[in-house]
Write a protein that binds this ligand. Sequence first.
Ligand code: 3HC
Ligand code: NAI
Length: 699
Amino acid sequence: MLVKYERIDELGVITISNPPVNALSHGVRSGILEAVKQAQADDSKAIVILCEGRTFVAGADISEFGKPIQEPSLPQVNAAIEASVKPVIAAIHGTALGGGFELTLSCHYRCAVPSAFVGLPEVTLGLLPGAGGTQRVPRLIGVKAALDMMTSGEKVPADRARDLGLIDRVLEGDLPEAALDYARDCVAGGLGVRRIRDMQIPVDSGDEQTLDAYRKQLSKRKRGQEAPQRIVDCVETALNKPFDEGLAFERAQFVECTQSGQSAALRHLFFAERQALKVRNLNPDASAREISRVGIIGAGTMGGGIAMAFANAGIPVTLLELNQDGLDRGLALIAKNYGRTVTRGKLSASEASSRQALITGSTNYEDLGAVDLVIEAVFESMDVKKQVFRRLDEVCRTGAILATNTSYLDVNEIAAATSRPEDVVGLHFFSPANIMRLLEVVQAEHTADDVIVTAMALGKRIRKVPVLAGVCYGFIGNRMLRQYAKEAQLCMIEGAAPDQIDGALTDFGMAMGPLAVGDLAGLDIGYKARQALTDEQKGDPRTYCIADALVEMGRLGQKTGAGYYRYDPETRARSFDPEVLEVIRCEAERHGVVQRTLNNEEILDRHILALVNEGFRILEEGIAQRPGDIDLVYVHGYGFPSYRGGPMFYASQRGLDVVCQRLEALADQSGERYWEPAPLLKQLVDQGQSLDDWMNSQR
Ligand code: 3HC
Ligand code: NAI
């Protein structure tokens, strides 16, 4: 039974029970409607809606989108609740999200336990609130606050929700008793029905100018995304039209969104994120080891960020450096970063200082004797890393997990430096590690199953998106990035200017273009790495000669005010630099490249299809478990537009046959073998199969 109706003295109580998150499936919608009808007919004085299990309703059932809507629709259910002749009270615990929160907005009163959150996260799925949210929330809290809430998708904690006016009461005590007491108070106080549809949007809470400013801001902040702009259109309708017209407009917009490619892509990522946690072929009895204290070696760029990621999740950290100077520098940088978060208003000063207090510095390995996990983030050198792991093997307790944050090095070789390779794993964070959500969990040859289970669970606990990767040069992300970065160099030497290349990719939706990223990271990093390689290891000189030439001119990127671009010393604003074109031209001449005009379509295809083709190789080698895992890596680690679903989803949408033909054409045009379609791609096209078919055949 998904929905139960019972009488508890003068109250009619509707209980929803649809584990795990009480999503509003067709059965739940029908059940609520039935229960509301039943409650109208008896002599109950008020109706309470609550949920069993870990949460209130977390929204519409996402798996139903894209299929025909089965009645009753959620707006129909909400209309029946709102029309109730006796007051209806929603009692929230866990999270009331999306359609779940909209359900509560059709109730006449809302109460919540202190740990609850409410929110309208539809925008993160390429949707807008489609069951009255865009019409009711502005009436409740005003235009500006409603837009903030709906275009960010933010989850609002109970006390703030009450202060904003989204809920009426934060309860003391547990559900259901506390909610039933509140309902009895409502009855005793003579509180009748109170319908948001009858309220007016607070005057001075926003007007047409507010909406215009919002549209402009969103076109930058949510570049390329359709749903946020449609949310503004719906709020505009709420301002200017009667409630029912607003509802109809909202619904039409919502249905269009559910059929859009953007929403399909974002829904794909929602499910991919949850799938990624399910690692295949592990011993089903393997359970997570307990992690209550973490050690980090190296307080540089990565070590500091990783320490913050743990402290932000309430996990104490011991941060170890070579010497006191290095440690002081690292801790000072962490303090500065927390300070900046406070200045920007993202964290209170007291919260920042309690998080910072969870990070203790040390220069003594003995201090790591009791930690449950150590993450090494020292220089990218096999010798240094082996030394560190030998030392960790001496000092760490039995059962502690030893992890490396290496970007490229062989985790098997690092593990072999210890007497316990089964406890060694790669935990590859992305910079800045306190912000970037991707975490590649690298499974080495001997990594124990329970270490993988622990790493995946821990990744979720520190609010990352953990993705399993196998051992190879660069794992999933950096291995693909090499192909992408190579195309940027080749397009440049063949005649495309840096701003044309970056522009083609940012127009596609990438957060930054590859050359602007190079300038940000510093061109000297790759240059130094190449110095250690033989000419043969370095490969085709056309793929690095321009970068080398710029470094040798002292153009190391943003930090020296010039790289592929020139940077304003004050504002860091980037501008085109003709000097760079001259460098490119000279290098082309030196390497016998005849320059030509490249169009944006070619530039885009060469970059994105380079990712796709390498993605197929990674899949067939078993380096990634699923196409969706590769998509998560690119969206959360490399700025691929989420509304395109990641490179593998993009390839599927474009058509694997079309992608294959385009790769063959690139191979013909360039004479380069690396453009030949990956065998797995070719096989799927030849057999007329999709990536989903292939995934199903792997089970
Ligand atoms: N529909 C269908 N399945 C859902 C779902 C939903 N709305 N929300 C979660 N699930 C599934 C997950 O896929 C997962 O399935 P699995 O166990 O098979 O992998 C399971 O429920 C548990 O989910 P999580 O692993 O995410 O559980 P957490 O406890 O970590 O998080 C949560 C719970 C915060 C509720 C999180 O699941 C969440 O954010 N869910 C989505 C909320 C959302 O976006 N709601 C809006 C939907 S759109 C809408 O309502 C339209 C409306 O305006 C008409
Ligand atoms: P970094 O140079 O900023 O920091 C390294 C720190 O390690 C320095 O502070 C150094 O003093 C310390 N260190 C060196 N040897 C040590 C030892 N034996 N014991 C204790 N501390 C020691 O380097 P960064 O950028 O933080 O990189 C660290 C690791 O993370 C590398 O393996 C790198 O490949 C990887 N990585 C780097 C990313 C980046 O964007 N910078 C992204 C992801 C991974």
